[in-house]
Design a protein around this ligand. Sequence first.
Ligand code: NAP
Length: 333
Amino acid sequence: MNIHGYAAYAAKDTLRPLEYAPAEIGDYDVRVKISHCGICHTDLHLIDDDWGINNFPMMPGHEIVGIVEAAGAKSTRVVGQRVGVGWQRGSCGTCEYCLRGDTQFCAAMKYTCIGNHGGFADAIVIDGRFTFPIPDALSSETAAPLLCAGITVYSPLVRHGVSKGTRVGVIGIGGLGHLALQFARVLGAHVTAFSTSADKAAEAQSFGAEQFVSTGNADALGALQGTLDVVLSTVAADIHWSAYVALLRPRGVLCSVGVPPGNINVHAGALIANSRSISGSIIGSPKEMNDMLALAAKHGISAKTETVPIAQVNQALDKVRANGARYRMVLST
Ligand code: NAP
């Protein structure tokens, strides 16, 4: 059965309908009937061809939740099961990283919507080993953004040892950032939100921020120098990196999960003086994905979403582009 969705036919194009015949369902594959797909800022990077890595036509979408409607002979997924799909759709399965469970570092990593059509569609055929059961406590609409935004912030928070009493800063309170506030709070951190949008203060506090810093105020960062252990940047823009490094306590880390267009320019002395570091992080491992979903279900962590029918995909993309989403646009089919 053909799959119907929306695709960009050229860089920066408006999305238009696309119908395609999926590959045969292999032994480990499943066909998922998609009910919801979040719009990640990465989808905008891909539509705009910011990284020059995708072919057109390109169907975005990698925050997918749906129901398994067919499963290959060797798949452990069953028809009728509710699953999610994130950024990764496959890996080699034999390299050192795959064997230790860090499939996100596999050099042969396959992406859900690069070189394959993604989740802005009514269905997807995908390796069932890269699908994740969605806990009953989570609604499909609010769980969909966890499959990319959620895992992308959860993984570095845990890896950098965020726990009771850790002082965490989150830069950018968008799709990733509003989930980072929730996960950091549940992990026990004291959380500070850094935002260009002063009108997000009250909601940032409801997500778990004890402090809200409006970055439009030039003096605001200076007052917090040397106070934070982990600062997570979720912005896709160039920011004043040195000013954020200066917020770190000794051995503190600034981790960027957002993909700014330019370089992260910081003087080495600012890192050396207090043994600070800068890091990056890509999604997370399958184990971290299951742990993250379980933690979200246990503590009621979910994306704050605005859901629109998939036919309104272009209006929804425009809203994300204009930083108007509060806090994740989700497409329903
Ligand atoms: P988003 O929903 O658009 O949120 C980004 C936030 O950045 C905005 O809500 C805004 O927050 C802030 N912002 C916007 N323009 C800014 C500017 N000019 N200066 C400073 N801050 C600005 O995007 P997202 O879906 O969270 O994705 C964010 C980034 O993460 C993207 O680059 C995406 O590609 C990347 N990403 C990476 C991974 C990974 O594996 N590393 C996974 C998913 C996404 P305020 O209004 O609060 O300022």
